[in-house]
Design a protein around this ligand. Structure first.
Ligand code: F6R
Length: 608
């Protein structure tokens, strides 16, 4: 959601900015722009739509000469996508230039005050107040002007700022929106996320809340909002650069689906030692774990769906009551957190504004927060009391696949750890479960091998109007995720229902030929779900069933069946989701959709 790239050094800035922005396209955006200082003044180019429009406009950056600049991809919040609203934004004299990610919450009041002082606004954005406010406070010292502005603005921001009077400097500032800075021998870089600079440097610094960075060509300095200088430690990024590239796959989403066996192994294996579950990063003794009376899982979107499965697994194995909340609801519903409760927040990006706010709410009330997070060093990872990383590596496609799979694994491990200390599962069963966990990567591989068959089936549904997903228990949680995968990338309307709930309303939507995907992996609920399949079939539905190997009698009811290999029922999600991800993907490909960058969506949702 909005991407920022900045560069200052000995090379031409524009091509570096364009290249960096292209690595942030996954974040979602609807316009783009960049500003480069040419030795005399700051020049700006902006365009609506894809980054390639800006690339064409500037001939790949050729027409914007200069070695210091900032660029931005905007995901519209305040004001429609337009060149006027696209960033960068100037002060009136065009001497101060700003790009911004986040929301300035008090921008209306600031805009009113600045207007009263004679400032004129050209855009509808909240960001423009920052440019004018900087102008108001600037008396020759950029750092002083920035700190004054930071004391006035409320909300979330990652900012890149260039002052025409100080072209040997570039400024980066952050509060509650992600921002990193990096350095190599050619210069210094600003970016919203590591992939944007990976080609140039592996030495990066995570900018903390309310820190200001002054970047020069060959060094950078960090400051607090009170202009005190800070010491920061660099982090060396050891990702394989290919991890952030498509590596021959048609889409990042397909590549990431194929990375799932590795992701599962990477998340699992460091935490299984001598046939025991070891989660050192929990930083909790067995006594502390035993004392937990209730778990609140809080997350958004797919991470919430993983959390729903987590509830079944944690309650099933460890007999701890679990409540699962959408982060956007949790914060404002004044949740009742009783003594002995622990909060688990789940997030791929670690920057989701609602999830971060829920974490802070829980901490404010004195509760321990565990983060299940993918992006190392992200805000949630840094603010949680303990972090279980999901080792999925960079996830670029907007629709999550491998990070979701890794979240499931983290939740299984957590549930098994709790079950161990609470002695709620017999040793023998625990051993079998560990064996089942270890088999998951190969089983996922096997299911991925089925892609041609699923593609043929998916091609029949590119023209579908509605597709429903149903299941009970964990199968319902799987259905929610299957339905989200399909609708977010193919734009086909889809809903997921608890199978027993259909006849309380939704069944009236079933027409001749409507596809209903029924997930039936939970043997104790199997007969019930089959009855629900019969009900929809009787109303004309075409039924796709996803069930366990061996349930061949399902073919009497279902029109099309996908079998998943045998595993512990509580782990079935990890297998059943694979064909549903492939199905959603191939329907979207068949429709010619922009699979990796679906319309209106952003990868990292840093606004409420
Ligand atoms: C769907 C998807 C989203 C995210 C949600 C939370 O494919 O990716 O629903 O799961 O926006 O994002 P994170 O996990 O980054 O907090």
């Amino acid at each position: 959601m909005c991407g920022i790239v900045g560069y200052i050094g000995t090379k031409e800035a524009a091509p570096i900015i364009l290249d960096g922005l292209s690595k942030l396209e996954y974040r979602g955006y609807d316009s783009a722009g960049m500003a480069v200082y040419d030795g005399h003044k700051i020049n700006i180019s902006k365009s609506v739509g894809r980054l390639k429009v800006l690339e064409e406009l500037t001939h790949g950056g050729e027409t914007m000469k200069g070695c210091v600049g900032i660029g931005h991809t905007r995901w519209a919040t305040h004001g429609a996508p337009s060149t006027t609203n696209a960033h960068p934004h100037f002060n009136k004299k065009e001497t101060i230039c700003v790009v911004h990610n986040g929301i300035i919450e008090n921008y209306i009041a600031l805009r009113r005050k600045l207007t009263a002082k004679g400032y004129e606004f050209v855009s509808e954005t909240d960001t423009e107040v920052v440019a004018h406010l900087l102008d108001y406070y600037y008396k020759g010292n950029p750092l002083e002007a920035i700190t004054k502005v930071l004391h006035r603005v409320e909300g979330s921001y990652a900012l890149g700022v260039v002052f025409a009077e100080h072209p040997d400097q570039l400024f980066a500032v952050r509060k509650d929106s992600p921002l990193i800075v990096g350095q190599n021998t050619d210069g210094c870089y600003i970016a919203s996320d590591v992939p944007a600079v990976l080609k140039y440097t592996r030495k990066v610094y995570y900018v903390d809340n309310q820190e200001i960075v002054r970047l020069r060509g060959d060094h950078m300095h960090f400051y607090t909002v009170d202009e005190e200088e800070l010491e920061k430690e660099a982090v060396y990024i050891d990702w394989d650069a290919n991890a952030a590239e498509k590596a021959g796959y048609e889409h990042f989403m397909l590549k990431e689906m194929y990375e799932q066996p590795k992701t599962v192994t990477d998340t699992l294996s460091p935490r299984i030692q001598d046939d025991d579950i070891v989660i050192e990063e929990l930083n909790m003794t067995d006594e502390e774990l035993s004392a937990i009376k209730k778990i609140h899982i809080v997350a958004c979107g797919s991470a919430y769906h993983a959390g729903m499965t987590g509830k079944y697994v944690l309650e099933g194995l460890a007999r701890i009551p679990v409540e699962v909340d959408l982060a956007s609801e949790f914060r404002y519903r004044d949740p009742i957190l009783e003594e002995g409760a622990m909060v688990v927040v789940i997030s791929q990006s670690g920057e989701t504004a609602d999830t971060l706010a829920a974490l802070r709410e829980a901490k404010k009330r004195g509760f321990r927060v565990l983060g299940i997070v993918n992006v190392v060093g992200s805000s949630i990872a840094r603010e949680a009391d303990s972090v279980m990383y999901t080792w999925a590596g960079p996830e670029i496609a907007v629709a999550t696949t491998k990070a979701y799979s890794a979240q499931l694994i983290a939740l299984y491990l957590l549930a098994m750890k709790f079950a161990n200390v609470r002695k709620t599962v017999a040793q023998e069963e625990m051993k079998e479960m560990l064996e089942d966990l270890k088999k998951l990567p190969d089983q996922i591989e096997l299911l991925l091998g089925n892609k041609k068959r699923i593609q043929r089936f998916a091609n029949r549904y590119v023209g579908a109007k509605d597709i429903f997903f149903v299941g009970r228990g964990i199968d319902y949680a799987i259905s929610l995720e299957g339905s989200l995968k399909l609708k977010e990338i193919s734009y086909i309307h889809s809903e997921a229902y608890a199978a027993g709930e259909l006849k309380h309303g939704t069944i009236s939507l079933i027409e001749e030929g409507t596809l209903v995907a029924a997930v039936a992996t939970q043997q104790h609920l199997y007969a019930k779900t089959v009855s629900n399949m019969v009900e929809v079939k009787a109303r004309g539905a075409f039924v796709l069933a996803v069930t366990n190997e061996g349930n061949h009698d399902i073919e009497k009811v279902a029109d099309y069946v996908i079998y998943i290999p045998e595993t512990h029922p509580l782990f079935a999600n990890s297998l059943a989701i694979i064909p549903l991800q492939l199905f959603g993907y191939y329907v979207a490909v068949g429709k010619g959709c922009d699979v990796d960058k679906p319309r209106n969506l952003a990868k990292s949702v840093t606004v409420e």
